[in-house]
Design a protein around this ligand. Structure first.
Ligand code: HEM
Length: 376
């Protein structure tokens, strides 16, 4: 088959910049598509949702893939063990019953969602330090804010937020669809430094008592079945990393689109607008699962052990679910998008990602009304 006739070409520059025409072609021609890479590519909303809710499709294929890569490189005298160590306990890669245990633990400890002031203060601190004439809204603000917020939530030194943000941005490359050995080196370095940072923080109790990390630590001390130090470190690394590129992506998409439209002002209007941005351009485009037994979708057999790639960006623009799916309609209602996934791995920080993006956009607008009206 010539490369031009391939339906699945996410590495292609044009598709990378705008994958939506590719998703549409797949939806129309082969919504359950066995690609040349032997993964099943799923683009219809109902199929993506059913698979996310069906635990026979298991999480963790990315971890398996990384572990295999790490093993291979170890035999070539390159040591990438820290990657496996950092990620083996990522909640995202766990399946029941371990997943249920870790998720319940996090939910039982992380109960305070009332942090609007904390985020707003952080946003204003960052804005005060910007070069007002010229700055990169994603790098200088969008990426810094989630990191600053997370250090404040965890109750660790907020001055570390830039260092931890850089680690998170390198580590998260591990979730990219295709990575190079050069990426692996960066991921490995970030894993080692992250492990070391949280190991010292936990052992030396370098955290405020009112922060989430202290609560995690204290609850674990009291637990009948305590998590290991390695598991705790992995939870911290994942909490830090999960909200980084995702939230900054949403802030970036928000700035891009909202500077071209009229802005929402009422709280209800903001809520609808943020959900529509998430539907229209979800920060997480693809999720992966592995079939734990032979399974059927639209009459096709997905055999045991096959990798299934779910296109959230495609599902969110499925014309069977959304009217005018390729149009950004900021006051769209009944927006059942899949930007935060579905089923047992549904995002634990959806509320935080949305709240931070809204505050970030509100504060940017307040401080840069000139930017809003004259940039485009
Ligand atoms: C706009 C921002 C965000 C987006 C679009 C997003 C998206 C997602 C998606 C799609 C998943 C499901 C992954 C899967 O099923 O394999 C997920 C899981 C998760 N997210 Fe988020 N996320 C965002 C922000 C955050 C934030 C701020 C946090 C908190 C620090 C967070 C924590 C998590 C956790 C812990 C999970 C794993 C849940 C589990 O496996 O049970 N996310 N996120």
């Amino acid at each position: 088959m010539s490369s031009d006739s391939l339906l699945w070409k996410p590495w292609d520059e044009v598709n990378f910049a705008d994958p939506y025409p590719m998703y549409k072609k797949l939806q129309q021609n082969d919504p359950v598509h066995l690609s040349q890479t032997k993964e099943w590519i799923i683009t219809r909303y109902e199929d993506v949702k059913l698979i996310l809710k069906d635990n026979r499709y298991q999480a963790g294929n990315r971890l398996e893939w990384i572990k295999r890569g790490v093993e291979y490189l170890n035999t070539h005298e390159m040591d990438f063990q820290a990657i496996a160590q950092a990620m083996s306990h990522f909640i995202l890669f766990l399946n029941p019953p371990q997943h249920t245990r870790v998720r319940k633990f996090i939910q039982s400890v992380w109960v305070n969602h009332d942090i609007e002031n904390l985020i707003r203060t952080g946003a204003n601190e960052l804005i005060a330090k910007l070069d007002k004439e010229k700055f990169n809204v994603v790098k200088d603000f969008g990426q810094a804010l989630p990191a600053l917020t997370m250090t404040n939530i965890l109750g660790i030194n907020s001055a570390d937020h830039r260092y931890l943000k850089d680690l998170a941005l390198n580590l998260i490359k591990a979730l990219d669809l295709y990575i190079t050995v050069k990426d692996l080196v960066l991921i490995h370095r970030a894993s080692k430094e992250f492990i070391e940072y949280f190991r010292i923080t936990l052992r030396e109790k370098k955290m405020h008592e009112e922060g989430l990390l202290f609560k995690i630590f204290a609850a674990n001390e009291k637990s009948q079945e305590p998590l290991s130090e390695e598991e705790l470190i992995s939870i911290c690394i994942f909490l830090f990393t999960a909200g980084e590129e995702t939230t900054s992506g949403l802030i970036g998409v928000g700035v891009y689109h909202l500077t071209k439209s009229s802005f929402p002002h009422a709280p209800q209007a903001w809520e609808l607008a943020i959900d529509e941005l998430l539907r229209f351009n979800p920060p997480v485009q693809l999720l992966g699962r592995i079939a734990s037994e032979d399974l059927s979708v639209r009459g096709k057999i997905i055999s045991k052990g096959s990798t299934v790639t779910l296109c959230l960006g495609g599902a969110n623009r499925d014309p069977e679910i959304f009217d005018n799916p390729d149009e950004l309609i900021l006051n769209r209602t009944q927006n059942r998008h899949l930007a935060f996934g579905s089923g047992i791995h549904f995002c634990l920080g959806d509320w935080l990602g949305k709240l931070q993006s809204r505050i970030a956009l509100e504060e940017l607008l307040l401080n840069f009304s000139r930017f809003a009206s004259s940039y485009y």
